[in-house]
Design a binder for this molecule. Sequence first.
Ligand SMILES: C[S@@+](CC[C@H](N)C(=O)[O-])C[C@H]1O[C@@H](n2cnc3c(N)ncnc32)[C@H](O)[C@@H]1O
Length: 292
Amino acid sequence: MRCASCRARARPERPRGFTGYRGPRRGVSVPGMNGSRDRTLSAAGTATFGFREVAEAERQGLVNEVFSGVAERYDLMNDLMSGGLHRLWKDDLIVRLNPPRSAVPFRLLDVAGGTADVALKAVGTSGPGVSAIVCDISPEMLAVGKRKIAEAGLAERIGTVLGNAEALPFTDRSFDAYTIAFGIRNVTHIDRALAEAYRVLKPGGHFLCLEFSHVDVPILDKLYDFHSFEVIPRLGALAAGAAEPYRYLVESIRNFPNQQAFAELVKAAGFANVSVRNLTGGIAAIHSGWRI
Ligand SMILES: C[S@@+](CC[C@H](N)C(=O)[O-])C[C@H]1O[C@@H](n2cnc3c(N)ncnc32)[C@H](O)[C@@H]1O
């Protein structure tokens, strides 16, 4: 049996696109999916966790272990791993969100909001009518977020709620906008999370998803593979004392649908005017859609 790091080294050649993704409901056909394999949830009830197949029912628990373990160092690692690029990508997300500068009430739900970066940027740069809820399944990530919200003096306008993106603890049509940044690939049933996003948005509400995506620029793709599989796990080991969680993060990016295929899932959830904006050659992408 090969060791974990050997396996990781062998992975960059893994096919792009829908490798291992098992998100959509049975019967939902998504153009652009790799037709060689049924990507719906299998009868055996398995799902991918990084490049491993695990029992579907166990997957979320494994994801939660990753984030509870890295919560205190998550922000530092984000900066190290992306060279600070995640801040620019989040700025771009806020530009697209375009929260009102006035006192007009505007409720944002930031799902998988973790350490609250997106909510802090959205509320901190907008008018007094803008408020946000950061919803995340990890108490440890939310605890860091809560601390940052208090330090920014924004506790009156940003709340935190423990919850699962697949079964949001909010009433129908209660938010003006829904954001999810680097969160949706961690969710076991992406279609359920998208259906929940649609449910909690008011008609006219805006869905925005910032997620790692698929690089289609020659040379950049090779550099990105090298950075992902050789640099990031080592950085994790050095800066955070553990390579494994960072290997999962890299592998989960490769399992996530490409730009076009994810856009189809967003449309299948009912969103209109769906568009995609690539960031840094497709390393990340912002998907936008509207509940009409
Ligand atoms: C990579 S972090 C992103 C955090 C933050 N949005 C950011 O951009 O910095 C992924 C987050 O997704 C959360 N998460 C994973 N599965 C989730 C689920 N099913 N429902 C809600 N949050 C989830 C994790 O706890 C973690 O905080």
